[in-house]
Design a protein around this ligand. Structure first.
Ligand code: FE
Ligand code: CA
Length: 571
């Protein structure tokens, strides 16, 4: 992906496919103040009455900043800041027609007394009056505070930071890894604790919203509507989630790097295939609505989408320490093999199938090939490592359902200069494991590590927890499993080591849950088998209904009729 930024100057706006076309007056509005630092100091009290704004709608009579603020996708000198004007957040937003100029203020202190940058931005009606503004000219490896203003209204203050200079190796990068925040199923207590961690970045691996209905109180609280399928529905669903003060606190605490998984659109969708096999044109229209609403509510350094095809894969570099490769394993994948779900495999599982799609995979190959950082970290959705369950079952929505594609990506990572790390979510369970050189040969060399983060609030995978003893015994490359709790992972990367702290909340059913560290998993890059060798692009050979684990006998008996007996794991 290129170095996208959102409309600040008219020429840039016109460069985006499908971007809003600004009229002459809006052209002038958008151009004012664009391009970096303006004079320091507070706004003049009558700034909203200045002539260049007189055709804008009047500021709303109630607070437009109900959804908080966010920042994301930092590089060494800039960061994307986000908000959305929504005085009536659950009723479509409540803004009158027309684009609205807002002011963004950035300072080096929380009192906005020093290093002040004031910049104009535009809340575009076409995108639900969301604001995505790139603040440039910042210092590398530095923290900032920011807020938005509209009329007499001022947003909450957010804290964000830039990446280290690309040539500089910081002592460490401290990142939170999080996913899966079903609103009905739990409180966002984990976010409240995450906000206090002081991490450099939050990696969001998907399931930011759940599209399902449930207006009756769920296990914990109700959804705002029935299942969402159109733009208005998705917008209101995002708004209902983003009203949560704990989620707002987590966004305000650090920049996020966001990708999506299935529930931002439809459970377990694959490419153009919906879960319920809707007609392709119907599902693509739904996907377009869902992707647009995702863009409107995330602090991403991306152009707005124009229809159902939306490339979001991108790179975030952290000095010379880490190259974060943000992937999309939903939009381009082939349908799940062998009937999806958790099932005995079929020949299709190891066949020539796509997970990332040819274009994204070629992009990944080029990025990994060019990366000169200590680490290459995949920021992606579903469990990557080989995870046979009770010897013969596979979760076919995971990379296990796309074995040949997994081996190709493994070959890329093994051939890269950096130490491989994969970040995964989706499964509502925590895990830590070795990346195997030959992905389905548990005796093959270890080339990297995988962190699987559990869910923020979605119901944990208790079925997985129930069989984790067998899972760990059968799969020595899996070092840790927890399907009982909610929380997140805090990972610290240094030049040689990775330390992953697994943070669990005591309860998400009522307020006041406490946080504790269940385990700290450590690996050293020096322990990885980094010898250059010839990548094996041959897909692994797997014989159905037998385990390929040759050194470790499954702890359970014969896998009789496992399809019907399959535990239900759904992310
Ligand atoms: Fe999930
Ligand atoms: Ca999922």
């Amino acid at each position: 992906m290129g170095n996208w930024s959102l409309p600040q100057a008219p020429l840039t706006v016109r460069a985006y496919p499908g971007a809003v076309k600004l009229g002459r007056r809006q052209f002038l509005i958008a151009g004012v103040g664009a391009g970096g630092r303006a004079l320091a100091g507070p706004l003049a009290p009558d700034a909203t009455a200045s002539p260049r704004r007189f055709e804008s709608p009047p500021p709303p009579a109630t607070d437009p900043f109900t959804l908080g603020v966010a920042s994301g996708d930092p590089d060494a000198t800039s960061v994307v800041l986000w908000t959305r004007l929504a005085p009536d957040p659950l009723g479509g937003g409540g803004m009158p027609p027309g684009d609205v100029p807002v002011t963004v203020e950035v300072a080096t202190d929380p009192g906005f007394a020093s290093g002040m940058i004031t910049q104009e931005a535009t809340a575009l009606e076409q995108y639900a009056h969301s604001v995505h503004v790139t603040i440039s000219g910042l210092d590398p490896d530095s923290w900032y505070h920011y807020r938005f203003r509209l009329g007499d209204w001022t947003s909450a203050v957010g804290r964000t930071r830039t990446a280290p200079d690309p040539t500089v190796e910081p002592d460490s990068a401290r990142i939170a890894v999080a996913s899966c925040q079903n609103y009905r199923q739990g409180l966002y207590t984990a976010h409240r604790h995450l906000a206090a961690e002081g991490v450099d970045l939050v990696m969001w691996l998907g399931d930011y919203i759940y599209e399902s209905g449930g207006r009756t109180p769920g296990p914990v609280r109700p959804h705002n509507s029935d299942q969402v399928t159109d733009l208005t529905g998705y917008r209101n669903r995002y708004a209902s989630y983003k009203l949560d003060p704990d989620l707002q606190a987590a966004h305000a605490a650090a920049p996020w790097v966001v990708t999506w998984d299935d529930h931002e659109v439809d459970n377990n969708y694959a490419g153009d295939h919906s879960q319920d096999d809707d007609p392709v044109d119907v599902f693509r229209a739904r996907r377009a609505a869902a992707y647009q609403a995702w863009y409107e509510h995330q602090p991403v350094r991306l152009p707005p989408p124009a229809g159902p095809d939306y490339a979001i894969h991108r790179t975030v570099r952290w000095g010379s320490l880490v190259t974060f490769l943000v992937l999309d394993s939903r939009q381009y994948r082939d349908a799940q093999p062998c009937g999806d779900g958790v099932a005995v495999e079929c020949a299709e599982r190891t066949g020539p199938r796509q997970m990332l799609g040819a274009d994204q995979e070629a992009w990944l190959a080029a990025e990994v090939g060019a990366a000169d950082t200590r680490w290459n970290a995949l920021v992606q959705q579903v469990v990557f490592g080989y995870t046979p369950i009770l010897g013969t079952l596979f979760n076919l929505d995971q990379w296990d359902g796309y074995a040949a594609a997994r081996q190709r990506v493994t070959d890329l990572l093994a051939g890269g200069a950096g130490c491989p790390l994969v970040l995964s979510g989706d499964i509502h369970a925590f895990g830590f494991g070795d990346l195997l050189r030959s992905a389905e040969d548990t005796a093959s060399p270890v080339i990297g590590a995988e962190i699987v983060s559990g869910s923020i609030s979605s119901t944990p995978a208790v079925a997985l927890e129930a069989i984790k003893g067998a899972l760990l015994t059968d799969n020595p490359h899996i070092r840790y499993v927890n399907g009982a709790n909610n929380g997140y992972v805090v990972a610290t990367l240094s030049a040689e080591t990775l330390s992953a702290e697994y943070r669990l909340v005591s309860t998400i059913a009522q307020p006041g849950g406490t946080i504790s560290t269940a385990t700290t998993q450590r690996v050293s890059c020096a322990d990885f088998d980094r010898r250059p060798d010839t990548p094996t692009t041959t897909p692994p050979t797997v014989t159905p209904t037998t385990t390929t684990t040759t050194q470790h006998t499954p702890t359970t008996g014969a896998p009789a009729q496992p399809v019907k007996a399959a535990p239900r794991f759904t992310g």
